[in-house]
Design a protein around this ligand. Structure first.
Ligand code: EPU
Length: 351
């Protein structure tokens, strides 16, 4: 365990933003994680859990409490059963499952962050989300002081959501267990049309898992969604906003607004999102509201490769980023009557 005082948090986030923490603890075992959480809870000290820092927007003032960086390690494969310690780098773990010839998470390659963060917002991309393969989550329950094993069926997984996100101060994820598939080195069926097109196959086909992984990495890189410390265009939290889910009635009103504004022949992306709901594309809304790729003149700008990624061009503050996010949210609301909701977690600030 390592402990520092008045420690800068910006280097621990992919945005490279945020002020210092009063105290920063780096825990390398589950026991250290639990001890640090217990101590904070017993002394009434505010606690900030930091995994890969890829989904965090921290106030410029920093965090007046204990920041706990989860740096536990553990990658255990037993046949098709995988257990990851919360601190494992997610993208590296995906690469190892593919090398082991297993399918199920290959399309989640290149997602920055730690394994322990994946169940919290049910991380997903290119037709896969972790809810499809997680069997159990081992977590420390701050309410009871016990370590619990929560079966996937009790995790309330939904689009970018789970029971852990719904009740963010209750659980600290320690380990995540997955059941992968041995399909003789082939991927799971390719579901995302863009991925199928790039692979030259039909949706539903399987391809070598390594090829699926590499194709996803290329698609992500083309959208600025693979972190590169040298490239400010990737200093982001991936998607800054969730794709809005609208009721059928809201969706009809939205289509009418689109027709009014852009013409009757314009069809915004629409994906079924369960009985009575439609999901549309935040990136599309942002683009069509006039915030095109590269938008912005200050140190926080929209990525030049994807309108859903807000980026720190190197000199930004959290306030610069939030000002841009608020401008985008207001512009989209003004144009289309849809209110975007931020995907990253905010600490000490809100949108
Ligand atoms: N689009 C634009 N302008 C752009 C980019 C996209 O208009 O600059 C439109 C296009 O019509 C495109 C549509 O938006 O067809 C959707 O874009 P994309 O396929 O890139 O997907 P997304 O909905 O923007 C989601 C996830 C990503 C994930 C990709 C691929 C959310 C909030 N985002 O993005 O996840 O990688 O699908 O599956 O669900 C993340 O959550 O941080 C993330 C990067």
């Amino acid at each position: 365990m390592q402990e520092r005082h008045d420690a800068p948090l910006a280097p621990l986030t992919t945005f490279r933003l945020g002020g210092p923490a009063r105290r920063l603890i780096t825990a390398t075992t589950d026991a250290e994680v639990i001890a640090a959480v217990r101590e904070a809870d017993e002394t009434g000290t505010p606690l900030l859990i930091i995994g890969g820092g890829s989904n965090l927007v921290i106030s410029d003032k920093g965090f007046d409490g204990t920041a706990l960086r989860i740096a536990t390690t553990g990658f255990t494969l037993d046949g098709t059963a995988l257990e990851l310690a919360a601190g494992e780098n997610w993208s590296d773990a995906v690469a190892r499952t593919v090398e082991a010839g297993l399918a199920g998470v290959e399309c989640l390659a290149g997602i920055p962050g730690s394994a322990g963060a994946t169940p919290i917002q049910n991380v997903g991309a290119y037709g896969q989300d972790v809810a499809q393969t997680i069997t159990e989550v081992v977590a420390y329950d701050r309410r009871t002081g016990e370590t619990v094993t929560i079966p996937a069926a009790d995790c309330a997984f939904a689009y970018r959501h789970s029971r852990f996100k719904a009740d963010p101060t209750r659980y600290v994820v320690l380990r995540v267990r997955f059941e992968l598939e041995d399909a003789d080195g082939l991927s799971a069926p390719i579901r995302y049309p863009e991925t199928a097109r790039a692979l030259g196959v039909e949706a539903g086909d399987r391809v070598p898992a390594a090829q699926a992984r590499e194709t996803v990495l290329k698609l992500r890189a083309g959208k600025g969604m693979v972190l590169d410390p040298e490239d400010h265009d990737t200093w982001s939290a991936g998607s800054f906003f969730c794709n809005p889910i609208l009721t059928t009635a809201e969706h009809a009103a939205f289509l009418a607004r689109v027709a009014d504004r852009l013409g009757a022949d314009v069809a915004p992306p629409a994906y079924p999102a369960g009985e009575g709901f439609m999901k549309t594309s935040a990136a599309w809304l942002i683009d069509k509201a006039g915030f095109t790729k590269g938008y912005g003149a200050g140190p926080a700008r929209i990525s030049t490769k994807h309108t859903l990624a807000l980026t720190n061009r190197g000199e930004a503050t959290t306030e610069d980023l939030l000002a841009l996010a608020r401008e985008v949210r207001a512009g989209v609301h003004e144009a289309f009557g849809v209110t975007l909701v931020n995907e990253p977690v905010t600490v000490g600030v809100s949108l």
